[in-house]
Design a protein around this ligand. Structure first.
Ligand code: NAP
Length: 334
């Protein structure tokens, strides 16, 4: 399968002149796809032209992905400095950031990490694949002091050259307001859930105004997400009649409409796929046949508050329900 030409894949130039691709491949197997299946997709992804991968320690597949990366390096398919590798500190490692980062670097066989995210802004741990009603009695509400301490540990790793840029994820405006003035190195990106029926416009605009790159996870509304994240009230973004209509008008799959919208709106989508035809088409679709202004305006009307990752398993004792995680009244819920 012929690769997409690197020259036409859109990229953002970062403050130091390096480039970040405007699309990356997700690597969360959603408790459904094995580490090997995901690692095969990473190898195939490099072959078809992906240069950015969104990994995480808690996805449980960095070792296998590392083998794919090493194979691609050995075969001369790509050089390390042509890749943009992102990974994340899981909640139980907030006090041991260096250890977590070194383990990811070793497993991914990548010498350094391009972007290291704090996966969730609190250290509330739950085991992989746990039930949606599971609660950890040690869970606590967000703490500015704890968050900035975790962040400072990443700043040190930047100083050592082990990490190039710092990312944050699953943040809210009140939390950002509280921590941004306290950070020495500004976060380069913030990774948040974004798809047509969940556009987080206020947070999106806030990040843009603060010159923080917006990385959008679950860009297709994650149709194969884990069962614990499936609720009867959830909307299937790709089945919305307006998305279907635009896909028909362009003669493309609905997944590509969601990705074109994401890119044209100004966020970086990180779609997951283990199907080669899909992931190649997902990359290529950003380089051709853009949506027109009317189609972009129509998708802007599809916001439905359709948050799919509600985060129940991170709740602390006394917290009312999952809304407490998202500071919906404009103040940090503690
Ligand atoms: N920071 C965080 O807290 C966080 C949370 C969740 C996710 N993430 C990141 O975001 C990434 C993406 O999210 P996600 O995997 O949940 O959801 P997603 O990318 O919205 O959806 C993935 C699903 O869409 C299907 N798909 C992909 N391309 C397609 C195409 N062209 N046509 C039809 N179906 C297509 C895939 O099936 P096939 O395999 O058959 O193509 C897969 O089942 C994750 O992998 C992870 O890296 C981050």
């Amino acid at each position: 399968m012929e690769a997409v030409n690197q020259d036409i894949i859109p990229k953002i130039t970062l403050s130091d002149g390096r480039e970040m691709p405007c699309i990356g491949m997700g690597t969360f197997g959603s408790d459904r796809f094995s580490a090997l299946q995901v690692a095969d997709a990473v190898y195939g992804g490099i072959e078809v032209g992906y240069r950015m991968f969104d990994c995480a320690a808690c996805y449980g597949n960095e070792k296998e992905i590392g083998k794919s990366l090493a194979k691609a390096f050995d075969e001369g398919k790509v050089k390390r400095d042509e890749l943009f590798i992102m990974t994340k500190i899981w909640n139980d490692m907030h006090r041991k950031v260096r250890e977590s980062c070194l383990k990811s670097i070793e497993e991914l066989q990548c010498d350094y990490v391009d972007m290291l995210y704090i996966h969730w802004p609190f250290p509330n741990y739950h085991p992989p694949g746990c039930d949606v009603d599971a609660r950890n009695p040690d869970s606590k509400p967000f703490s500015v002091e704890e968050f900035t301490d975790t962040y400072r540990q990443i700043e040190e790793l930047v100083g050592e050259g082990l990490v190039r840029y710092i990312g944050i994820s699953n943040m809210t405006i009140p939390k950002l307001e509280a921590v941004l003035p306290l950070l020495k190195i500004k976060p380069t990106a913030c990774e948040i859930e974004l798809h047509p029926a969940f556009q987080q416009e206020e947070l999106f605009n806030y990040l843009k105004e603060h010159d923080i790159i917006v990385v959008g996870y679950m860009p297709m509304g994650s149709p194969a997400r884990p069962d614990r994240d499936m609720m009867p009230e959830d909307i299937a973004d790709l089945k919305m009649p307006e998305i279907v209509g635009i896909a028909e008008a362009h003669g493309i799959p609905t997944a590509e409409v969601a990705l074109k919208w994401a890119y044209q709106r100004g966020q970086i989508p990180i779609p997951f796929s283990i199907t080669k035809e899909h992931y190649k088409a997902n990359l290529r679709c950003l380089t051709e046949d853009p949506l027109n202004e009317e189609e972009m305006r129509l998708i802007a009307t599809l916001e439905r508050g359709n948050r799919l990752v509600k985060g129940q398993v991170f709740l602390w004792e006394g917290a009312k329900d999952w809304h407490a995680l998202w500071d919906e009244d404009g103040v940090i819920v503690s």
